[in-house]
Write a new protein. Structure first.
Length: 271
């Protein structure tokens, strides 16, 4: 694969793959600002092929594989010819409803991928609320970025749950998309979210173990809802095997919406 130099290259490759598509499937939903950041830091590679556009994004010591495929036969043929699958540690995502994904999964298994993790999307409709005066929850500050990263890395799967790098966390803090709560002078918990228009997604919600009996998580979640009165739909992705987390999200009104994400890893990803 070759380095991507412009955002236009990405969208041109995607449009070429979509042309004449008979069974389109993709796991790539690029946001222009993130694309530009990846390009600026030399983290995005691409390779257009017949009926398929492939992209690789560097993440620490491994790569994320993205694709836009016109149909399954084209994906199966071109995927088998990607030499990087034999030489680089790579994960990829299959996103959709279970019925659709069952048809695409054998294509990836045939090229050496295995199941690593399954994520489930939960959704919650808007509910009226008001900000509670004197909340201990505050937007994170730039100095919090290393602690935010450490807390996320301690509790989430680095291969399967799209853990951000320090640069992305600093940008999110600057955009006031990270809420924190401190106890005894320490970072007790955080809620990292992304809001676009009337939709908002919780990316990470976590409380340090020593503070889990002090209602930190509930304070964070309630403040998040109360300060997003214009949002009409809340979503998040959660490890489908994490029954404790799912139960907590259900408590706040979240429920499965039918979308799942099979995170697949090649043989060079070590558990």
């Amino acid at each position: 694969m070759s380095p991507i130099n412009t955002v236009a290259e990405v969208f041109d490759a995607i449009q070429a793959a979509k042309a004449g598509a008979t069974d389109l499937h993709t796991n790539f939903f690029p946001v222009q600002t993130k694309l530009q950041d990846w390009i600026d830091h030399g983290e995005l590679l691409g390779e257009p092929r017949a009926g398929v556009a492939f992209f690789l994004r560097k993440d620490r010591d491994f790569w994320h594989l993205y694709f836009c495929a016109a149909n399954r036969p084209a994906l199966q043929q071109e995927l088998a010819g990607l030499s990087c699958l034999k030489t680089e540690p790579i994960v990829t995502d299959l996103v959709g409803n279970e019925t659709v994904l069952n048809g695409w999964l054998p294509t990836f298994v045939a090229t050496g991928f295995r199941r690593h993790l399954q994520l489930q999307r939960l959704a919650r409709p808007a509910q009226p609320g008001r900000v509670t005066a004197g909340s201990p929850v505050v937007p994170a500050e730039k100095a919090d970025a290393p602690g935010v990263l450490a807390l996320i890395e301690n509790f989430f799967d680095r291969f399967g749950e799209q853990i951000p790098g320090l640069r992305e966390i600093e940008a999110a803090i600057e955009n006031r998309q990270v809420l924190v709560m401190r106890c005894d002078g320490a970072l007790a918990g955080l809620l990292f979210f992304e809001t676009q228009g009337v939709a908002s997604t919780v990316r990470f919600w976590v409380v340090a173990e020593k503070f889990r009996a002090r209602h930190v998580g509930s304070a964070l979640m309630q403040y998040y809802f109360q300060t997003h009165g214009a949002v009409r739909r809340f979503t998040l992705w959660v490890n489908a095997n994490n029954e404790n987390a799912i139960a907590k999200y259900r408590h706040y009104g979240y429920a499965p919406d039918g979308l799942v994400d099979h995170v697949l890893a090649n043989h060079l990803i070590r558990q």
